[in-house]
Design a protein around this ligand. Structure first.
Ligand SMILES: Cc1cc2nc3c(=O)[nH]c(=O)nc-3n(C[C@H](O)[C@H](O)[C@H](O)COP(=O)(O)OP(=O)(O)OC[C@H]3O[C@@H](n4cnc5c(N)ncnc54)[C@H](O)[C@@H]3O)c2cc1C
Length: 388
């Protein structure tokens, strides 16, 4: 995408914000991305620098310690650039926003002052984790087992969440639990549980195909006592309240998929101009040139849909259908473009000394988490055909 196209779509402020995020990605994230992919360790120094720079606090109002950049389009622009640097780093930050978004939707001013100011802290990174998925409740999330029981002025939470980004290393856990499984989504409430609460512990850390610097793991709740003021919804309304937050998250997740695709395209374009076969750069072979043209076209189309979805989100209009469309399209494009980038690099593309195989591994998760692409298609189909 050329700057001219971006200029047409973004405000002057957003163009400056994009440059701010690109500079951080280029100078701070890219140089260490391969190392942390290899070691599968959380890049704490980098994450703390990101907090200092404002990448954790920017989407929250200033009264809660943020920078007040509340537009979803702005968030898309920032997250795309961070994911261009490294998708795992973008996930560590994005998962914290994933917990912060429903907090903003459902929290009282007192709750927000207390909890958002923790995750928007800029002295050091305070990660948050969004704890929804369970072993038997992924796509079928209303099938959750994690239970809540009222006991005086407290709730007692028991259960196990799995595949939780930042699970086990977060300061703040945004947790969904049910008081009656038979009520499905109508039994679900949302709570904040701070790290260190007795009974809250980290389970196994997953070994992953991609986004390997992001910590993904189980979170276990054994008779965890939570004061009533930590409930972020009316009892039984936690899931519905979180829906809009999840829809917004699909749009920003689409933006991170674009960042991965754009990075792969940039590497492939540069390499195709350098690498010579049969006496000329491979970019001069029509098969490669057309592949590059298709990759650029797919990225531009996915970005246009994602930014349109972001504008719908910013307007407050219904978002369900277009958010799912953007998530499907951007993630499918990321998988296709990164796979083609590996192809353009030839044998070198398959070797870990070169950057594109990491991008191909990082892209795959975009089709799976925050609602698989099959589930997104069921959402779109229901909107088109009707729910009856
Ligand atoms: C790296 C990573 C990070 C994650 N981070 C988080 C996080 O921070 N917080 C969190 O709560 N969760 C997180 N998740 C969980 C993720 O959102 C779930 O894995 C995802 O929603 C799919 O659920 P599942 O794995 O149980 O798959 P399943 O629901 O078992 O699905 C298996 C397959 O069946 C298909 N399928 C299921 N139902 C239908 C249907 N009705 N129609 C058509 N196809 C269907 C799915 O599309 C999929 O292909 C993460 C997962 C990973 C791998």
């Amino acid at each position: 995408m050329s700057d001219v196209d971006v200029d047409l779509d973004l405000s002057k402020d957003q163009i400056e914000i994009k440059a701010w995020a690109r500079e951080f990605a280029e100078k701070e994230i890219r140089p260490v991305a391969a190392e942390y992919d290899e070691t599968e360790k959380v890049p704490w120094d980098l994450i703390n620098k990101a907090a200092k720079a404002g990448f954790f606090g920017y989407p929250y109002p200033e009264e809660y310690g943020g920078l007040g950049l509340t537009s979803i389009l702005t968030k898309c622009v920032i997250l795309e650039e961070l994911a261009w640097g490294c998708a795992g780093v973008a996930d560590i930050i994005g998962a914290t926003h994933l917990a912060g978004t429903p907090m903003m939707k459902m929290g009282s001013p007192e709750q927000l002052k207390k909890w958002i100011s923790i995750i928007s802290n800029s002295d050091k990174a305070n990660l948050a984790a969004y704890c929804l998925t369970e072993p038997e409740a992924g796509s079928d999330v209303a099938n959750m087992r994690t239970s809540m029981r009222r006991d005086g002025d407290e709730y007692v939470i028991n259960g196990r969440k799995c595949f939780i980004t930042n699970g086990g290393i977060a300061e703040v856990y945004f947790v969904f639990a049910t008081h009656d499984r038979s009520l499905r989504h109508k039994g679900i409430s949302a709570f904040i549980i701070p790290a260190g609460t007795p009974g809250l512990s980290a389970g196994k850390k997953e070994k992953k195909l991609g986004t390997r610097c992001a910590h993904t793991g189980d979170v276990i709740f054994e008779d965890v006592r939570v004061p009533i003021e930590n409930r972020f919804s009316e009892e039984g309304k936690g899931f519905l309240g979180a829906m809009r937050a999840l829809e917004e998250a699909r749009v920003t997740m689409a933006a991170t998929a674009l960042g991965v695709a754009q990075a792969a395209f940039d590497y492939a374009l540069a390499y195709s101009k350098e690498r010579k076969t049969f006496g000329q750069p491979i970019a001069k072979h029509q098969a490669i040139a057309f592949m590059l043209a298709d990759m650029a076209t797919q990225i531009a189309a996915a970005r246009a849909l994602t930014w349109q979805a972001a504008r719908v989100a910013d307007s407050g209009a219904p978002l369900n259908q277009i958010a799912s469309m953007a998530k499907i399209m951007a993630s499918d494009v990321a998988v296709k473009v990164t796979t083609d980038a590996v192809q353009i690099f030839g044998g070198y593309g398959y070797i870990r000394d070169y950057p594109v195989e990491k991008l191909m591994r990082d892209a795959k998760i975009k089709q799976i988490y925050e609602g698989t692409n099959q589930i997104q298609r069921t959402v779109i189909a229901k909107e088109l055909i009707g729910r009856d």
